[in-house]
Every structure is written in C-alpha cells, then in structure tokens.
Design a protein around this ligand. Structure first.
Ligand code: C2E
Ligand code: MG
Ligand code: MG
Ligand code: MG
Length: 281
C-alpha cells in the first residue's frame, strides 16, 4: 500500500515539471554571479510624443546573456530575481546604468529626456532604495523629474505600509510615478488617485486589439479620459503599426512606444538611432 502511494506520489511529478524545475534551478544558479561577471546589459526603447513624433524619453529594459544558458528574457528571469531577492542588486544596477546613460544622451543631443525604469515589488522592501536613487541621480547630475518609475498594480495590491511609505518618499523627492500594464489588474483607479501617479501606461494587449476590436478601443478611450481627468499623461506601449498610432492620436493619447518605431536597443545603437531620427525629422 505504502509502496503504491509512494510510486503514485513520485509519478505526480511529470517529465515536464521536472524539466521546468531543473531549468529554474539553473537560471537561479547562473543569476547569482551574473552581475559580477557583467552579463547584464540595459537596452533602451524610445518613447515618442504622439503628435509631434519627437523623442521624449526611453524605457530601460534589462537583457541577460549567459554563456551556459544563452539569452534569457526578462519574463523568465525577473520573476526568479524577484523571488530570490536578487532583483535588489540587479535593480540597483539598472538604475545606475540607465541614469548614467541618460546623462550622456542629454549631453550628446543637448536635450531634456525622461528615463523610465521598471521597479519590482521586492525592491520596495529594500530600505536603501531611496538612498540608491538619490545617489544615482546625483552621480549622473540629473534632476529627479528625469526619472520615471514604472510600477505595476501588483506592487500596490499587497497593501503593505512600507510600500506606501516608499512611494510617498519618492514623490516628495520629485521622481515621476508611472502605472505600468494598466488594465490588466484590479481596482487600478483608486490607486491612481491615492498615489498621485504622473503617467498611465496602457497595456500592449489593448493596443494590439485597437484596430480590430471595439471593446479594446473603448477601453483605451476610457482609460485616456480617466487619466486626463486625474491629470496624468498616457503612454501606449506595443504600438506596431501606423493604424494603431492613428487611432491612439484620435483618442488623445500623449505618448507612444513600440516596434512601429523601434525595438529596445543597446546604448550605442540607441544614441545613433535618436541622433539620426532628430536630424531627419
Ligand atoms: P514592460 O515593462 O511592460 O515592458 C514592455 C515590454 O514590451 C518589453 O518586453 C518590450 O521589449 C516589449 N515591447 C515593446 N514594444 C513592443 C511591441 O511593439 N510589440 C511587442 N510584441 N512587444 C513590445 P521585455 O523587454 O521582454 O520585458 C518584459 C517585462 O520584464 C517588462 O514589461 C517588465 O515588466 C520586466 N522588466 C524588464 N526589464 C526590467 C527591469 O530592469 N526591472 C524590472 N523589475 N523588470 C523589468
Ligand atoms: Mg515597463
Ligand atoms: Mg508595460
Ligand atoms: Mg507589459
């Protein structure tokens, strides 16, 4: 009897689950020293004013190349970094890198841009977060409103007091707050109000359907109206075709970002792209 049960319990772990567990373990192992081995690189995706089509800023998106595992994408490694706490030093790296980059970009092109950086829930538990951000801004000689922190509803849903406190401190410092992936979670509206967000990012899934699906179009329209009534700017992410851009413009969307303009790029490529773009337009 016990033997049968034991065997059944064992067979509960399918081959697929086993493979997934091994993969997760390997990713975690490799991630532990990835910063020291300098395997991370921050890519940048430009953001544009919908009307003038001028570049207004960029989103910093992390890339990881590991000799043993190849390229691992954020959708896989960010959740693991989050669970293990490794997101804290990795996130600090992204903040430092991207702000230094913004500083050279501004100097080179004599402009004033915004760098949007994604923050995970776990990073708020780091007591040094505010200090790290202040120091990075100072080192890069930037003003706080050059930095925009992208936060998903998941961060706020925990209802933890340290998160509220950190958000208030960040606001007092003067950095911008952006609600990422808007429309994919719950009760986002009350959060927008409560935490005085500056920017709302309409999720890619809605932008994707905007040309074919009336529901998506209505949802984006309503999101823009709500954002504007609360004094927020709206960024649409995942714009891939000109029809989407046209509709977003009709709906009054402020800023756009997506493959229609450009994929995320390594720093030097981004500088070349924005420099040429500026001279051409
Ligand atoms: P996100 O913050 O919502 O970032 C937007 C994602 O959409 C990026 O994927 C970007 O490359 C992709 N994207 C942009 N335009 C288009 C488009 O036109 N079409 C399509 N199909 N995709 C587009 P990526 O770089 O793979 O990042 C995935 C997610 O990983 C991000 O979603 C963000 O939640 C997280 N992430 C990335 N970098 C960081 C980071 O440095 N820190 C933290 N905490 N999370 C990060
Ligand atoms: Mg984002
Ligand atoms: Mg997003
Ligand atoms: Mg997203």
């Amino acid at each position: 009897q016990a033997k049968t049960l034991g065997r059944n319990a064992y067979s509960f772990f399918t081959k697929e689950m086993n493979t997934a567990m091994i993969r997760r373990f390997e990713v975690e192992e490799q991630m532990r020293n990835a910063l020291e081995r300098d395997e991370f690189e921050v890519f940048y995706q430009p953001q544009f004013d919908s009307k003038t089509q001028k570049v207004i800023g960029a989103e910093a998106l992390l890339r990881w190349h590991n000799p043993a595992l190849g390229n691992i994408f954020p959708d896989e490694f960010i959740p693991i970094a989050e669970q293990t706490g490794l997101i804290v030093p990795i996130g600090q790296y992204v903040i430092n890198e991207s702000l230094n980059f913004l500083s050279s970009w501004q100097a080179q092109q004599n402009g004033d841009f915004v760098m949007a950086v994604n923050l995970s829930p776990r990073q708020f538990r780091d007591k040094k977060l505010l200090k790290v951000i202040k120091k990075a801004l100072k080192n890069a000689n930037l003003s706080p409103d050059n930095l925009e922190l992208e936060i998903t509803e998941g961060v706020l849903m925990t209802g933890q007091s340290y998160i509220t406190e950190a958000l208030i401190e960040l606001q007092e410092l003067g950095v911008k707050l952006s609600m990422d992936d808007f429309g994919t979670g719950y009760s986002s509206l009350s959060y927008l109000r409560q935490y005085h967000f500056d920017v709302l990012k309409v999720d890619r899934s809605f932008v994707n359907g905007i040309t074919i699906n009336k529901e998506d179009r209505d949802l984006v329209k309503a999101s823009i109206a709500i954002a504007h009534s609360l004094g927020l700017k709206v960024v649409a992410e995942g714009v891939e075709i000109s029809e989407q851009l046209n509709i977003l413009n009709e709906l009054g969307c402020d800023y756009v970002q997506g493959y229609y303009f450009s994929k995320p790029m390594p720093g030097q490529k981004f500088l070349d792209y924005t420099e040429n773009y500026r001279l051409e337009s």
